[in-house]
Write a protein that binds this ligand. Structure first.
Ligand code: ZN
Length: 264
């Protein structure tokens, strides 16, 4: 029989063979490919291949998203202003051996987790002498609250650097004092370290209060760190600022043990 005499069905039948999928046991057609062989794929195998491809793409996109989020997190940590030797410090590598150290650690952890309780920014005051690990706690708070899946930001600064930065706007026409104050006022968390006796002229207190007041208005938490004892800090900063810190379940921790640092 010549092909001219064949029906379309016969013609197409001659060009296809039936195969059975080893995996699925399904019969399917394989078609002649210009006499070079019969090609075809089990429809179920095709569907599975499609699904695997889509799944692989989803995994790849998800991984890209994870990478992007981690990068975003690291970037926020890197621009926080934490000194490089503290930048990776967390609660888990804070060595708390005595009951007092363990208590301080748990208060600080609780604070980091619940700093925005009731929508209010709770304050925390950390006091203690040099070398007891105050800045480590500050770094641990920042590392705890900045997560890949949030957009929390934090600024760590010394009191002196913050005031110097605000004042630099007076001489620098490219800086606006209000913008600098806003920079400190808008971060999700502000940690001001080294509030000591050298700090506290009237104008410095006015600038500090301005930042604190804006943060209070925005219900954003602030952590203050000082070598002074809490009574001395209250005397230095005045009731106005200390009251802001105490409001809404603000906490104060005193690191009262001897220095962890070796004596030089
Ligand atoms: Zn199959």
């Amino acid at each position: 029989m010549t092909t001219e005499n064949m029906t379309i069905a016969e013609l197409s039948a001659a060009k296809t063979i039936t195969a059975t999928c080893d995996k699925h046991g399904i019969n399917y057609d394989k078609r002649d490919f210009y006499g070079r062989g019969y090609y075809g794929i089990c429809p179920e195998c095709a569907r599975e291949a499609d699904e695997a491809r889509i799944q692989a793409e989803k995994v790849r996109f998800a991984q890209q998203e994870v990478d992007r989020r981690n990068e975003f997190r690291n970037k926020r940590i890197n621009v926080s202003g934490l000194p490089s030797r503290f930048i990776k410090k967390t609660f888990s590598d804070y060595i708390a051996t005595t009951p007092e150290q363990q208590r301080v650690l748990s208060v600080a952890k609780e604070y980091a987790e619940n700093r925005n309780d009731l929508g209010n920014g709770r304050g925390m005051i950390i006091t203690g002498t040099v070398g007891v690990g105050k800045t480590h706690i500050a770094a641990a708070i920042i590392n705890e609250i900045i997560k890949p899946d949030n957009s929390t930001t934090a600024i760590y600064t010394t009191a002196r650097d913050m005031i110097r930065h605000i004042r630099s706007a007076w001489r620098n026409p490219e800086l606006d004092e209000l913008e600098v104050i806003e920079h400190y006022s808008e971060a999700s968390m502000l940690i001001i370290d080294e509030i000591g006796v050298q700090f506290g002229s009237d104008s410095e207190l006015v600038q500090l209060f301005e930042v604190m007041d804006k943060r209070y208005g925005e219900q954003l938490p602030t952590v203050m760190i000082s070598n002074l004892r809490i009574e001395e800090l209250s005397a230095l900063l005045g009731d106005r600022i200390i009251d802001r810190m105490r409001e809404d379940n603000g906490v104060a921790i005193q690191l009262d043990w001897a220095s962890n640092r070796g004596v030089a």
